[in-house]
Design a protein around this ligand. Structure first.
Ligand code: SF4
Length: 236
C-alpha cells in the first residue's frame, strides 16, 4: 500500500514536471537566489572538521550514510592516531574497523580508507592527488567525495551533489535530472564555475534549515518568490 502511494506520488511529481525544462529560466533563477542565499547563510561551509586534504578525504568517506556531527566526534581522536597516509596504509584493517565502527558501514569504509591511503602513500608520495581523474581512481572515492576534497581542500571549484543539493535542485527546477552525475553537469552549466563550491554549501544549508525533505517551510523561505515548488506539495 505504502509502495503504491509512493509510486503515485512519484508519478504525479514527474507529470507535474513534464512540461519541459527551461535552462535559461534555471540560469536566471540561480542569479536571483544566489545573493539571497549568500546573505542568509554567510557562514556556509563544509561541516566536516579537517586540517589537511587527507583528513577531509577520510572524513568524507566516513560521512556516507552518517551525520557530519557523528563523523566529527569520531575523527577527533582518529586524526590524532592516524596522521599520514602511511599510518592508515600500515594499520590492521580490523583495528580501523573498530575505530570507525560508529559511523556505520564500517567494514566497507575501513577497506576503502586503507586502500585509498595505500595508493596515496605508494603512488602519490603521501599527498592526496588534486585531479578528479586521480581522486576517483582511489577505492571508495566517487565524484561527490572528489568534489568535496577538490572544492574545500584545494580550492578547485566542485559541485557536490548530495541529498540536499539533489532535492533542492529539483524543487527549484535547476535541472530535471535526479541522477547525481547528470545533475552535477546540469548545474555546472548554469552556475558560474567560481561559485560551484559555495553554491553547493548554500543549497545544503538551506536544505538543512528550511527546505527539508518531508516538509519544506515555504512560508519562511527567503527564496520562495523564485521557487516553482513554493507551496506546491505535488512538487516536493
Ligand atoms: S519555497 Fe519551499 S520548496 Fe522552494 S526552496 Fe523554499 S522551502 Fe524549498
Amino acid at each position: 500500500m505504502a509502495k503504491k502511494k509512493a509510486a503515485g506520488q512519484a508519478n504525479r511529481k514527474s507529470s507535474a514536471r513534464a512540461s519541459g525544462f527551461d535552462k535559461a529560466a534555471a540560469q536566471q533563477r540561480v542569479k536571483d537566489i544566489w545573493p539571497i542565499l549568500k546573505k542568509t547563510y554567510p557562514d556556509a561551509k563544509v561541516a566536516l572538521n579537517f586540517t589537511n586534504p587527507l583528513e577531509l578525504l577520510v572524513a568524507t568517506i566516513l560521512s556516507a550514510q552518517c551525520t557530519d556531527v557523528r563523523v566529527n566526534i569520531v575523527t577527533k581522536d582518529l586524526f590524532e592516531k592516524y596522521r599520514s597516509a602511511s599510518d592508515w596504509a600500515g594499520a590492521d584493517v580490523r583495528e580501523i574497523e573498530e575505530d570507525i565502527r560508529t559511523t556505520g558501514f564500517f567494514r566497507n569504509k575501513a577497506q576503502n580508507i586503507k586502500g585509498a591511503c595505500t595508493r596515496i602513500a605508494k603512488e602519490f608520495g603521501g599527498k592526496v592527488p588534486q585531479t578528479m581523474e586521480e581522486l576517483t581512481a582511489l577505492p571508495g572515492v566517487g565524484r561527490k567525495t572528489a568534489n568535496v576534497v577538490l572544492g574545500n581542500a584545494f580550492g578547485t571549484p566542485g559541485i557536490v551533489c548530495d541529498t540536499h543539493v539533489i532535492r533542492l535542485s529539483r524543487r527549484l527546477a535547476l535541472s530535471d535530472n535526479s541522477d547525481p552525475v547528470k545533475l552535477e553537469f546540469d548545474l555546472a552549466e548554469i552556475v558560474p564555475k567560481k561559485d560551484w563550491t559555495l553554491f553547493s554549501h548554500l543549497l545544503v544549508f538551506h536544505g538543512r534549515n528550511l527546505c527539508k525533505a518531508r516538509k519544506p517551510d515555504c512560508p519562511a523561505c527567503p527564496i520562495a518568490a523564485f521557487c516553482p515548488a513554493a507551496h506546491r506539495p505535488d512538487l516536493w
